[in-house]
Ligand binder design. Structure first.
Ligand code: AMP
Ligand code: MG
Length: 352
């Protein structure tokens, strides 16, 4: 299949062409504020099937349906409880996905066989234009091949999906760089199922009794195997080289440990790389050092994370040592993605 790749402009007809494709059951990748999405008609089970096929995604890993106004909820979900309304008032449109009991018309092909459905109202202007022009409820997972880092720029989508989908709308680099925060609002007490740019601390301002799915907090490999939330059991975001997170009680110990590990790897003939921050980059004299933003502004780390993992593949790196981050605030989402990418391999700098 030939994939149409177009830069979106105010004057061009790219959104109209993309809308025609979506209405006809085809697939269009488009930018959102979080990552690029691979969109198809969420009420058309054949279109959902094409999304799974194009990504190589397991069919029990549910898709998120995107909407361009809140009224659409009435057609897609059974019930909207009070806490959900508070969350929507505070964070929609934006990087927050809510899980509801699904209306009958939402096919199980879109929800990975579940009776619940994930809904997001994005804020990105191109996503909103596409939703409103097409009139389609767009099911869209991240526009990467299953298992690869999520795409934060159109060129990442081209790398993974060129020739596999109908169209790619190029809207440049995304703003946030991590997928949405997912909150289950089917019960009386909402629960965070996936951390994202909207942090637990921000949600607590609106819903003080918000909790986090315990599966998110489990960091050991063995215990992960029993994790229950859909999508959590799959290997995610992994670069081709093995990634290790190095953690310690003081930064000097971390620098020394990483330098020792790089030396050891190089002596074995392996191509080693370090993922550092603006503050620490100068502490690694050897190996290939990539800077993933600043610790003082963790949103800069979030924004670069997936692009750096892809860069490691481009550079043909065999082994990667990354610094780690605190688990509070945005750090919770950053560590969640890094741990998945590393297959939960953590090296302690404190034991020597
Ligand atoms: P992606 O868009 O690639 O980030 O994948 C969407 C993710 O949303 C899935 O992997 C699930 O973790 C989550 N999700 C989607 N629908 C549901 C649902 N009905 N219940 C729980 N989690 C869901
Ligand atoms: Mg994904």
């Amino acid at each position: 299949m030939d994939t149409i790749i177009v830069k979106v402009t105010e004057q061009g007809d790219s959104i109209k062409r993309a809308s025609d494709i979506l209405r006809a059951g085809g697939l269009v990748a488009f930018p959102t504020e979080t990552v690029y999405g691979l969109g198809g008609d969420g009420l058309n089970k054949e279109a959902s099937g094409k999304i799974y096929a194009a990504k190589g995604r397991p069919s029990d890993n549910p898709l998120i349906i995107h909407i361009g106004d809140r009224d659409a909820l009435g057609e897609l979900v059974k019930e909207v409880k009070k806490p959900a309304v508070k969350l929507m008032d505070a964070f929609w449109p934006g990087p927050m996905t809510l899980i509801f009991d699904k209306a009958d018309r939402v096919p199980k092909e879109t929800t990975g066989g579940l009776d619940t459905v994930a809904i997001r109202y994005p804020s990105h202007p191109i996503a909103l234009r596409l939703l409103r022009e097409s009139g389609v409820y767009i099911a869209a997972p991240s526009a990467n091949l299953s298992g690869r880092p999520s795409p934060t720029d159109a060129r990442h989508v081209v790398e993974d999906l060129n020739g596999r989908i109908d169209m790619i709308l190029d809207g440049g680099a995304v703003e946030i760089g991590l997928e949405s925060t997912i909150i289950d609002v089917t019960g009386v007490h909402p629960v965070i199922l996936r951390p994202g740019f909207i942090t637990k601390e921000m949600i607590e301002q609106i819903l003080p009794d918000i909790t986090v799915d315990p599966a998110i907090l489990v960091e050991s490999k063995q215990e992960r195997l029993v994790a229950k939330a859909p999508g959590m059991k799959y290997k995610h975001y992994a670069p081709r080289g093995q990634l290790y997170l190095v953690e310690g009680t003081n930064e000097k110990a971390v620098f020394e440990k990483i330098n020792a590990l790089v030396k050891e790897a190089s002596e074995k003939g392996l191509r080693a790389a370090v993922i550092a921050t603006e503050e620490s980059a100068g502490s690694y004299p050897a190996g290939l050092v990539k800077v993933m933003g600043s610790r003082l502004r963790e949103e800069t780390v979030a924004k670069k994370l997936f692009a750096i993992l892809r860069e490691m593949d481009d550079l043909g790196v065999d082994i990667i040592y990354s610094e780690s981050f605190g688990r509070q605030g945005l750090g919770q989402a950053i560590m969640n993605r890094l741990l998945k990418a590393a297959g939960y391999q953590i090296i302690s700098a404190d034991e020597s």
